[in-house]
Design a protein around this ligand. Structure first.
Ligand code: SAM
Ligand code: SF4
Ligand code: SF4
Ligand code: SF4
Length: 305
């Protein structure tokens, strides 16, 4: 094992314990900030910007005004639509320290590998008992690839299973640098049609498809598809993903994730419009015909996962 730099820092916006999804056994999910994509349905809008950001929850604000004078850039005012002038806010977090109701909070904080490992060690017994471990998610975990790599190395040194949830939108060098420390890659293929991919995520999918093939040649991989109404919730689109998955070395399983709106309220906290408008949650039954398509191609198919 190469040396591990425990001082490497990265921006983390959440650590979720006791997950039974996103890899084998009981897992802790570490969510890293930063993503080069802008999926219209993204359930973690706070993950996209690599920097820490300010959440403002209007329903918790008691209009006491204590935050207004402490802001160094005068970004807070009742005159501002949404209260926070996002162009003026420098994300210093000073206002959050005086708010008595947590209407203002920061999402994302700088943590060292050492600090994250202290959190992860609390669940080490669960990992050993269940064959679980640690999953890096986001955002795109490879966006902060040096931090991700050192964290994965540190997990391996403890003997824990490691996984990443990735779009694969990165360079080949990063893939080769990080994959030796990943036991299980959950690779999102959101659309095979390049025009559909570009229109709905903001990026071309050529690099993603090339890296998906490479990642599957380097570690155990599963393909995941967020099934989104009006984007890829049809048999042709899912069949195209299945055809591609069959080209990926060792891949025998596709997960279909029905579209959900759980992230919608977080757009309001960032004063951003929700790009999906009023498109309703999908139910597992809504994708059962797509499961049959995947299974008919000789692949395993799970809803969720
Ligand atoms: C939050 S993402 C993090 C990993 C990476 N950014 C990605 O998209 O692959 C984890 C999973 O949630 C899925 N996802 C994101 N928004 C979703 C939504 N509104 N409905 C269903 N799945 C969603 C993604 O497609 C991905 O499989
Ligand atoms: S985070 Fe800093 S700059 Fe932004 S509103 Fe709060 S105090 Fe002002
Ligand atoms: S300190 Fe908190 S509760 Fe008071 S006005 Fe500011 S955001 Fe609202
Ligand atoms: S790739 Fe993942 S984190 Fe990035 S915008 Fe899309 S769903 Fe969100």
């Amino acid at each position: 094992m190469d040396g591990i730099d425990y001082d490497t820092e990265g921006t983390v916006f959440d650590i979720q314990r006791y997950s039974i999804h996103d890899g084998p056994g009981v897992r802790t999910i570490v969510f890293l900030k930063g993503c080069p994509l802008r999926c219209r349905w993204c359930s973690n809008p706070e993950s996209q910007n690599p920097e820490p950001e300010l959440f403002y929850r209007a329903s918790s604000c008691i209009h006491c005004g204590q935050c207004v004078p402490v802001c160094p850039t005068k970004a807070l005012s009742r005159e501002n639509p949404g209260f926070v002038d996002r162009d003026k806010c420098v994300k210093c977090g000073t206002c959050t320290k005086v708010c008595p109701t947590d209407a203002l909070t920061m999402t994302g904080k700088l943590m060292s590998v050492r600090e994250v490992m202290i959190e992860l060690r609390k669940d080490a017994t669960q990992y050993r008992r269940s064959g679980g471990g640690v999953t890096l998610s986001g955002g795109e975990p490879l966006f902060q690839h040096v931090f991700a790599r050192e964290l994965l190395k540190a997990c391996h040194e403890q003997g824990w299973n490691t996984a990443i949830e990735t779009t694969g939108y990165t360079t080949r060098d990063v893939v080769r640098d990080v994959m030796p420390y990943v036991d299980h890659a959950l690779i999102d293929l959101k659309a095979i049609d390049p025009k559909v991919h570009q229109a709905n995520t903001g990026v071309d999918n050529r690099i993603i498809l090339e890296n998906a093939l490479c990642i599957a040649s380097l570690t155990h991989a599963v393909v995941r598809v967020p099934v989104v109404p009006g984007v890829n919730d049809n048999e042709e689109a899912v069949e195209a993903v299945g055809r591609f998955a069959k080209l990926m070395p060792g891949v025998d399983t596709v997960h279909l994730l029905p579209y959900h709106t759980y992230g919608e309220n977080k757009y309001a906290l960032l004063d951003r419009p929700y790009p999906m408008g009023d498109v309703a949650n999908m139910k597992p039954d809504d994708v059962s015909h797509l499961v049959k398509v995947v299974e008919g191609m000789g692949l395993n198919c799970e809803i969720g996962g």
